[in-house]
Design a protein around this ligand. Structure first.
Ligand SMILES: [Zn+2]
Length: 208
């Protein structure tokens, strides 16, 4: 049974054992575009990846399944060389009249399964997340600004096989660039300046 066949079985939930770590070849390989219209197998793969992200952000399930919380996952991280990524960015909690944090009206800021995603245009301005980045395939801290494009326009195919184009900024922009990088064999730390990891380049936006 292929990796994908195993992962898309109805009874299977993606867990940390399915996620390959540094040193595994697919993390350094360029994935192939999926064929269109999407096959059932590729649709189910995307759904399983999204389900994993939801489970990884659920305090009870993630504890029970031993999952690290994640906001994005690429098929390369499952050992599958197909351009499939899932992104799930939760909204910040809201504050009620008494100043208590409550669940946001909309649970997610971004929730998207993206096939054959590619950046078609990018800002000259650069940006990085304030605390650096992490990765489910990297079991160590790699400190430093991961310098990316502040804004990108991404073209992709959604789960209904429809072509989409979105413009991203802020955290979502960083997250989608991290995942598209995976499909091209690029790791987040490739974008860290090894000499001065926390140097703020001219005009670089630091995203909190
Ligand atoms: Zn990653």
């Amino acid at each position: 049974m292929s990796i994908q066949e195993n992962i898309i079985k109805a009874s299977h939930l993606i867990n940390m054992d399915d996620i390959v770590r540094e040193g595994y070849p697919t993390l350094r390989e360029v994935a192939e575009n999926v064929t269109l219209p999407l096959s059932d197998e590729d649709i189910r793969l995307g759904e399983k990846m999204m389900e994993f992200l939801r489970n990884s952000q659920d305090p009870v399930l993630s504890e029970k399944m031993g999952l690290r919380g994640g906001v994005g996952l690429a098929a390369n991280q499952l050992g599958i060389l197909k351009k499939v990524i899932a992104v799930l960015v939760p909204n910040d909690p809201e504050v009620d009249e008494d100043g208590n944090e409550i669940a946001p009206t909309e649970a997610y800021k971004m929730q998207e399964i993206m096939y054959n995603a590619r950046i078609i245009s990018e800002s000259v301005q650069e940006a990085a997340l304030e605390g650096g980045e992490g990765c489910l395939s990297v079991d160590r801290d790699v400190p430093g600004f991961v310098v990316r494009h502040a804004r990108v326009t991404v073209e992709y195919v959604d789960k209904n096989s429809e072509k989409k184009k979105i413009r991203l900024k802020g955290f979502e922009s960083m997250c989608v660039q991290h995942e598209i990088d995976h499909t091209n064999g690029i790791m987040f730390y490739d974008h860290i300046n090894p000499e001065q990891p926390w140097a703020v380049k001219d005009g670089m936006l630091v995203i909190q």
